[in-house]
Design a protein around this ligand. Structure first.
Ligand code: TXA
Ligand code: MG
Length: 317
């Protein structure tokens, strides 16, 4: 059931139930992060393997400090610069967090999301919310309440509606497990350029193997069910499949001339808009009568890196 009732969401969470919540990146599937019996329901509903750790969402930096002692100075710098916002920090694990949340790791993912509805909800709770994206494991993340309802509606009692997500791709993950050497584990809603402007150069450790340290970085992830090809030369690929009888959709970054069956991430070439549209467009094509999706990369800078990362993972099938 979809609705706007914050009290109902709070009541369910207090009772140890799972509730889908809006964030500025994608919708999350939330439970009391301090309560193992609640968190286990997230894994079951998503069919998520227990080795994949969850991000815990807090209402503000002060609450994070109360939960995790001895935070490195660089964590505060990043928190002050980007929270609430689309940045997840990998920090030392709080003793209050059960091992289930962190998949046994001595570290935990922490984020203060930038969405007024969820910040209000978090303010009213005396625990953080563990929440992965609210999609079946491995599928495209949801950016509307309706996306969540369509796929997980029968497994969750309530989807708190906060409208369409304004960022549209998941948070950027920075590991501070070695505070002297911050590492980007996942490209996302805050660009590496913006982060480096605050803390200087950061290493990238984007796991692209099929057996990564951070399973959100599985090589195949965010995948539509249709055949999806990311091609370095779209025109050549279009020509190659022209003689086939299959229904082909072309996914372009921006609009040059209009063609039937061509879809645009952003008609006027905005990476911000492209990120907002990406997952909804992948879903739409997946539900259409199309057999094959041919896509091109977007410019590989700023938010474009997060978009290209999702396109690449969608293509690995
Ligand atoms: O924008 C987002 O981050 C969204 C919204 C709901 O906040 N959440 C999200 O969660 O994308 P999820 O579970 O789909 O992806 C989080 C990734 C996981 O795949 C996991 O690998 C990584 O974060 N992660 C969590 N805790 C970690 C840890 N202690 N060390 C390394 N990676 C971790
Ligand atoms: Mg996810």
């Amino acid at each position: 059931m979809i609705g706007h009732d914050l009290h109902k969401a709070k009541k369910l969470l207090d009772d140890g139930e799972i509730v889908a919540i809006p964030t500025e990146t994608v919708y999350g599937l939330a439970a009391n992060a301090y309560k193992e019996e609640a968190v286990v329901k997230i894994f079951k509903a998503k069919d998520r393997p227990f080795f994949d750790p969850l991000i815990s969402h807090f209402s503000n930096w002060e609450r994070v400090k109360e939960s995790i002692p001895n935070l490195p100075g660089i964590a505060e710098e990043l928190a002050k610069a980007f929270w609430p916002g689309s940045l997840t920090l990998i920090l030392p694990k709080s003793d209050k967090i059960p091992d289930l949340v962190t998949a046994g790791l001595p570290s935990m993912g922490v984020r203060v999301p930038n969405h007024s509805v969820t910040l209000k909800l978090l303010d009213s709770l005396d625990y953080p919310l563990a929440a992965p994206s609210a999609n079946p494991f491995g599928y495209v993340s949801p950016t509307t309440a309706q996306h969540v309802e369509q796929q997980l509606g029968d497994k969750i009692k309530y989807v708190l509606d906060g409208g369409a997500c304004q960022v549209g791709v998941e948070s950027t993950i920075i590991s501070l497990t070695n505070p002297d050497k911050p590492r980007v584990l996942r490209y996302g809603g805050i660009s590496q350029e913006d982060i480096e402007a605050v803390i200087g150069p950061v290493a990238t450790d984007l796991n692209k193997s099929s057996n990564p340290e951070s399973p959100g970085q599985l090589k195949k992830h965010y995948s539509p069910k249709k055949e999806f090809r990311l091609t370095p030369n779209l025109e050549a690929s279009i020509a190659k499949v022209a003689s086939e009888t299959r229904n082909v959709a072309i996914l372009r970054f921006t609009k040059s001339t209009h063609h039937k069956d061509h879809y645009y991430l952003s008609e006027n070439g905005s990476l911000i808009e492209a990120a907002q549209n990406l997952f909804a467009l992948l879903r739409k094509l997946d539900e259409s009568s199309v057999d094959l999706i041919l896509a091109e990369r977007v410019p590989d800078k700023g938010l474009g890196r997060a978009i290209n990362d999702r396109l690449e993972r969608a293509a690995n099938q």
